[in-house]
Design a protein around this ligand. Structure first.
Ligand SMILES: NC(=O)c1ccc[n+]([C@@H]2O[C@H](COP(=O)([O-])OP(=O)(O)OC[C@H]3O[C@@H](n4cnc5c(N)ncnc54)[C@H](O)[C@@H]3O)[C@@H](O)[C@H]2O)c1
Length: 325
């Protein structure tokens, strides 16, 4: 085993999830010591999260705790026992549409959960906290690309509201207690192990199974799809960059229309989609588009994976996991 780096111990909340498991894997390759906390909730099939952890479990110097972050005492125990120095806080209820049907759990997991993490940071001298935020906080803003300095008063989903609340609490705690916090606004992350409630996964499955895909609007809605390894590079760069308090967009800065995603998937899967058109559901916005100049300037962030390559990697993973069932 390679030598471990310094005395840094990085706690990843939500480390069994899509982005968290990729981050954990990348940090393991960099010989960082990590602690994963995840409740392995049933927002989607918990077996997927166990599969996400399969590679990680084989590694030394990784601690995995199945734990709800809203339990302060249990979290304090984990932080103390493992001498955690840095936290990447990804645990959350994600998903815009589900937040409309069940807003309370979003308050519990996202807002109360973040408050617990902030309290732990102030009491345990955490050197740097990274908080996952989201492009949904830009809501129905029409000026593109979305910049961190834009006013964000037009949020149209309970999920987006909880993410903004987490940013506001983070700023407040930074001002009150001085520890460094970086909030990263992720833009539509996709890639292997992607969440099954997300469009890329749902459409791939439906096309292969010859069931209809639900196309909202005319297929002209645009998302700034960002490949998961680019997001992970941005998170690690933030973790390693001394900061006071910053909010930073992590996107691809290259929005793609839904109908183009469908065409690329059809080509990759060698099959036509059966399309059903519906009006845009409440909570959904028509465009997301990140201004990433701040991430470039502060973090040297430069997304590398273009949509065609990213979707091809996703489809390869999808086939592989289907074959192993
Ligand atoms: N995937 C995206 O496109 C995207 C975009 C913007 C922001 N984000 C944010 O990035 C983070 C990771 O998202 P993801 O796509 O990997 O989602 P995910 O659902 O795959 O991962 C989140 C993980 O957090 C865990 N979790 C939830 N509540 C918890 C709690 N109370 N205690 C402990 N663990 C808990 C879940 O079990 C899950 O494994 C989230 O904060 C999400 O809001 C994601």
């Amino acid at each position: 085993m390679n030598e471990q780096k310094g005395s840094k111990v990085i706690l990843i909340t939500g480390g069994a999830g899509f982005i968290g498991s990729h981050l954990a894997e990348a940090l393991i390759h960099q010989n960082e010591r990590i602690v994963i906390v995840d409740s392995i909730n049933n927002y989607y099939d918990p077996r997927r999260k166990e599969e996400n952890l399969a590679f990680i479990r084989q590694k030394a110097n990784v601690v995995i705790c199945q734990q709800d972050i809203t339990d302060y005492d249990a979290m304090e125990d984990i932080v103390r026992k493992n001498r955690v120095t840095h936290i990447v806080h990804l645990a959350a209820r994600a998903g815009v549409r589900a937040s409309i049907n069940n807003p309370q759990v979003y308050v519990d997991d996202n807002i109360i959960g973040t408050l617990v993490i902030l309290e732990l940071c102030r009491k345990h001298d955490i050197k740097h906290l990274i908080v996952a935020s989201s492009s949904s906080i830009y809501g129905t803003n029409t000026k593109v690309p979305f910049s961190e300095t834009d006013i964000v008063e037009n949020i149209i989903s309970p999920y987006g509201v909880t993410k903004r609340a987490c940013e506001l609490y983070s700023y407040c705690y930074h001002r009150l207690y001085g520890f460094p916090i970086t909030c990263l606004r992720f833009f539509t992350v996709y890639g292997p192990r992607g969440r099954p409630d997300m469009m890329v996964y749902k459409f791939t499955k439906a096309i292969l199974e010859s069931t209809p895909i639900q196309v909202f609007g005319e297929g002209t809605t645009q998302r700034d799809y960002t490949f998961v390894t680019d997001i992970v590079e941005g998170i690690i760069a933030a973790l390693n960059t001394p900061m006071k308090f910053e909010i930073i967009n992590l996107g691809n800065s290259s929005p793609v229309e839904l109908r183009r995603i469908i065409t690329i998937l059809e080509e990759l899967l060698g099959k036509k989609a059966i399309q059903e058109h519906h009006p845009l559901p409440p909570g959904d916005v028509s465009v997301t588009y990140a201004d990433i100049s701040k991430a470039q300037r502060l973090l040297g962030y430069k997304p590398k994976i273009k949509i065609g390559e990213g979707l091809a990697r996703f489809v390869a993973w999808y086939h592989q996991q289907e074959a192993s069932k």
